[in-house]
Write a protein that binds this ligand. Sequence first.
Ligand SMILES: *[C@@H]1O[C@H](CO)[C@@H](O)[C@H](O)[C@H]1NC(C)=O
Ligand SMILES: *[C@@H]1O[C@H](CO)[C@@H](O)[C@H](O)[C@H]1NC(C)=O
Ligand SMILES: *[C@@H]1O[C@H](CO)[C@@H](O)[C@H](O)[C@H]1NC(C)=O
Ligand SMILES: *[C@@H]1O[C@H](CO)[C@@H](O)[C@H](O)[C@H]1NC(C)=O
Length: 199
Amino acid sequence: MGATRLIATVVLSLLVFLSGSSATQKKKTQGLPRQPCNRMVFYFHDILYNGQNAENATSAIVGAPAWGNRTILAGQNHFGNMVVFDDPITWDNDLHSNHVGRAQGFYLYDRKDYFTAWLGFSAFFNSTQHRGTITFAGADPLNKTRDISVIGGTGDFFMARGIATLMTDAVEGEVYFRLRVDTKLFVLVTIDHPAFSLL
Ligand SMILES: *[C@@H]1O[C@H](CO)[C@@H](O)[C@H](O)[C@H]1NC(C)=O
Ligand SMILES: *[C@@H]1O[C@H](CO)[C@@H](O)[C@H](O)[C@H]1NC(C)=O
Ligand SMILES: *[C@@H]1O[C@H](CO)[C@@H](O)[C@H](O)[C@H]1NC(C)=O
Ligand SMILES: *[C@@H]1O[C@H](CO)[C@@H](O)[C@H](O)[C@H]1NC(C)=O
């Protein structure tokens, strides 16, 4: 009987302790830090296949609405088109600079009355400086700047979380565009590279 009471007391005080500590824990970790820990800016270059540039194209229309085709983006703000891409990444805005990684994923146009897209891709890095992926996903309203989520990372970017501010840096007809990706991570990643700064 005494032993049972002792165990009950221990369990009870443990519960009180745990609930107390989880309450303080909650207070301490409420929300993410307001300031990012890392920043990294890169560019990627998309050359869309248009029936004539098979040699250089880095992306292709893989889905089109019934009133369109897979060679030319459909009318009505390209609604219903889906494009798959494997685009080179550079640190600066020059397509002919060193390709330091690949942006691999897709975008789809998801509004008829307004020009907007949904974008999902992984930035795949495989160099002596860093190896790993950062995965981005989110609505891309194609405004001057827009934020998408950084939803994860692997390798050197293990557990990456944050946001990326996208800016369309150049557009050439419906064949070429260049995106500037300003990646801000709220989980500390330590990589020794000038393009990747600790904040
Ligand atoms: C592919 O790119 C190269 C170098 O930029 C250029 O010389 C060539 O004309 C391009 N080819 C096509 C089919 O666009
Ligand atoms: C694809 O659609 C465009 C107009 O949206 C049209 O100009 C072109 O001829 C079509 N191409 C094919 C192969 O059907
Ligand atoms: C990454 O780079 C290494 C060394 O250059 C190479 O051996 C390996 O095949 C590359 N991996 C991929 C998936 O490209
Ligand atoms: C995006 O641009 C549109 C049209 O220019 C504007 O109406 C809208 O408020 C902008 N959205 C954001 C989030 O800035």
